[in-house]
Ligand binder design. Structure first.
Ligand SMILES: [Zn+2]
Length: 462
């Protein structure tokens, strides 16, 4: 039994059902779960550990719903800088094919450190390429050291070029092996209990890299174990054309034909969905991982997020892989979500006559997508808000700083409107991952050095 008292937060954002923001707020935490939330004066005065967050804004930990950690090794690759999705992938597949198991480990820690320093406490990752004996185990084991909760997706590719798919044949896997390995991973690592640090999901990569049969069989296996399903969907117009030409369906209808619709399914992107498809997501409980930076970087388009929220679709936030972002800064991603949603509103000619116009995404809506929204997408009712009984996952930013100078009329909005900052504290399950702006669980200097060595080797073709 151990207790942690967090006290004197300048403002504590709960994201609870009443969206309470508590001045001079605090938390009383026991064994990684929140036992009390309120004003500091109303909380117990002592605990095993005490964290005074005077002058800080405290928010529920941000939750990342889509990433490819390994891509931190191939950021800003010259030949992939100015390409659309399909050309970007074709450039990078051969480079990724050189990765070794230890490269997966290093890049996992790099991505998670970057996420933690941006306020992220839970991250979903989608690993779909397993060259040279690497396995999802490499990622899961490396993540433990960092201390951020992990939802590890066993990705897969089985439709190589010779069968009409996009990836080269040498990076795709045998379907029987994919299913067997998926089952092994669920049985070895998946923990469905409240407070879980690791969950496993099944995630055939995209319509253009797996067969319909693997999609169906993955869904059946996931449902046998009660784990979630994830894939890329409706990301680009090229993909839409591919689905119509190859399968005779638009992407969402194709998913419906494969039994890939329901509460246990979430899709990355969903840029190209019409109102009927948005209603289908809402009616059936499909979630969406919104990845605005990647959608801009690859010139994919702008996802209709406000329409989804209005229809009642579960929307979470994702930084996407670091080769199409090229960062893992989740607070920055929330800012991008707000801004690009406003670009879309402007293009659609939204009425801006009232300052409270509902056609503009607000800073608090962006934070809500990144916390409560993402938790719902991952099926985690123990995460996403600071409430009694939920996990003690939160981050804190010191308000007295250059970036927020002049913006303290509304410190909560400042976290989104002002330039994205590195956070001062990140706490997962009541344990410090970031303290005074520094990683406490990994040696960042060594990690960056090793990471750059690996990245150089991959690009040099060794
Ligand atoms: Zn992705």
């Amino acid at each position: 039994m151990s207790t942690l008292l967090v006290k004197h937060a300048a403002i504590l954002v709960t994201m609870d059902d009443h969206r309470r923001e508590i001045p001079d707020g605090g938390l009383f935490i026991r064994d990684g779960f929140i036992e009390q939330v309120g004003r500091t004066q109303d909380l117990p005065q002592a605990a095993d550990e005490v964290l005074d967050l005077s002058g800080h804004v405290v928010l529920p930990g941000l939750i990342n719903t889509h990433h490819h950690f390994y891509q931190t090794l191939t950021r800003a690759v010259p030949a992939a800088q100015d390409a659309n999705l399909f050309n970007w992938l074709k450039t990078l597949y051969p480079i990724w094919a050189r990765m070794l198991p230890e490269d997966i480990q290093v890049s996992t820690q790099t991505a998670l450190a970057e996420l933690a320093l941006s306020g992220c406490t839970t991250a979903a990752d989608h690993l779909y390429i397993f060259p040279n004996g690497s396995r999802l185990d490499d990622e899961i084991i490396a993540a433990r050291e960092v201390g951020v909760r992990l939802h590890a997706a066993r990705g897969s590719m089985s439709l190589g070029e010779s069968k009409g798919g996009l990836p080269p044949d040498r990076v795709v896997e045998d379907e029987d092996f994919i299913l067997k390995d998926s089952q092994r991973l669920i049985e070895t690592y998946h923990d469905p209990n409240p407070g879980s640090m690791v969950q496993v999901m099944l995630a055939p990569c995209s319509p253009f890299s797996v067969t319909p049969d693997l999609m169906r069989q993955s869904a059946a296996l996931a449902r046998q174990y009660g784990v979630h399903l994830h894939t890329h969907l409706a990301e680009t117009q090229d993909e839409e054309v591919f689905c119509i030409e190859k399968f005779g369906y638009r992407p969402a209808a194709y998913m419906q034909s494969l039994d890939w619709i329901g509460q246990d399914v979430w899709f990355a992107h969903s840029v190209y969905v019409n109102q009927e498809e948005i209603n289908l997501y809402a009616d059936t409980g499909c979630g969406v991982a919104h990845c605005p930076t990647s959608n801009m970087r690859l010139a994919s388009g702008i996802a209709p997020i406000l329409e989804m929220l209005r229809a009642g679709v579960k929307v979470g936030l994702g930084v996407d892989g670091s080769a199409s972002n090229d960062g893992s800064h989740l607070l920055e991603e929330a800012r991008q979500a707000m801004l690009v949603s406003r670009v879309r509103a402007g293009l659609l000619g939204a009425s801006l006559s009232s300052p409270s116009s509902s056609s503009l995404m607000t800073a608090r809506q962006a934070l809500e997508i990144a916390t409560r929204g993402s938790a719902a997408v991952l099926g985690r009712d123990d995460l996403g808000s600071l409430q009694v009984g939920k996990c003690a996952d939160f981050f804190a930013i010191q308000l007295d700083r250059l970036d927020y100078a002049g913006g303290l009329h509304d410190p909560v909005a400042a976290t989104i409107f002002c330039a994205p900052v590195r956070v001062d504290y990140t706490i997962v399950a009541g344990r410090l991952v970031v303290e005074r702006g520094q990683m406490v669980t990994v040696n960042l200097e060594k990690l960056i050095h090793k990471h750059n060595q690996v990245a150089r080797r991959l690009l040099a073709g060794e």
